[in-house]
Ligand binder design. Sequence first.
Ligand SMILES: NC(=O)c1ccc[n+]([C@@H]2O[C@H](COP(=O)([O-])OP(=O)(O)OC[C@H]3O[C@@H](n4cnc5c(N)ncnc54)[C@H](O)[C@@H]3O)[C@@H](O)[C@H]2O)c1
Length: 256
Amino acid sequence: MSALLEGKTALVMGVANRWSIATSIARALHEHGARLALTYEGERTKDEVEKLAGELGGGLALHCDVASDESLANLRAVLESEYKQINTLVHSIAFARREELAGKYYATGRDGFRIALDISAFSLVALSRELQPIIKPGGSVMTMTYLGSVRAVQSYNVMGVAKAALEASVRYLAVDLGEQGIRVNGISAGPIKTASARAVSGFTNILAEVALRAPLRRNVSANDVGNVSVFLSSDLSSAITGQVIYVDAGYSIVGI
Ligand SMILES: NC(=O)c1ccc[n+]([C@@H]2O[C@H](COP(=O)([O-])OP(=O)(O)OC[C@H]3O[C@@H](n4cnc5c(N)ncnc54)[C@H](O)[C@@H]3O)[C@@H](O)[C@H]2O)c1
């Protein structure tokens, strides 16, 4: 593989298991020469993430719950002492209660709305604030989003609203961090079978619809997304910021 990311350090957040999009992103970044640090949400995912970190160059596997400011501050302290600075931050994190990912959007509860927006959108803001002092100029922040931010996708409900907030945050953060030469972008991936995706009611119908109607007549893989994360981490994308890049086999451009 190329050494496109040689000398760069990437923090990848959101590995839960081998199906996670963040796993493919971490693998792709490693294959192109990046040194990695991974984070895990809790004890349930710790072993899997430590194992992956071992396979991918032996970088750090750190605990971070994005719902906790203290956890974010700890993350920064450890990164600063172990790596000094990082070049790439990959935010591949989202959560909504299963009951909010089915039925009517208007049935979303106040608490369910707050949790989905906090974990899936605000966390990017909080992480950007906490980590910006240790992201090198020329660095790249990226987050994962989905078409449900701009279209009403059945059952995606509050997560679509969270993704809209996330994509708006990408633009505001791009302006804020642009002063330091840091770029911020979103990758809007087509549907991929992961634990989070399976929580969306009727997810397999979405996969079937994309395979039928996308210009490329197929679904995307997490590897397709991993490749774009390499591009966004590298200097090849040095003038791209504040954008949402669709990695969806073209599905989003199709009308009738
Ligand atoms: N799978 C898809 O079809 C698809 C499509 C487009 C975008 N996305 C987005 O990609 C991202 C990754 O999702 P995935 O599909 O790989 O599923 P996944 O379940 O493998 O990953 C979600 C991750 O979020 C983490 N997370 C949740 N709450 C957290 C918290 N409080 N603190 C820290 N981490 C927390 C989980 O531990 C997990 O690692 C999400 O933002 C998702 O919305 C997924």
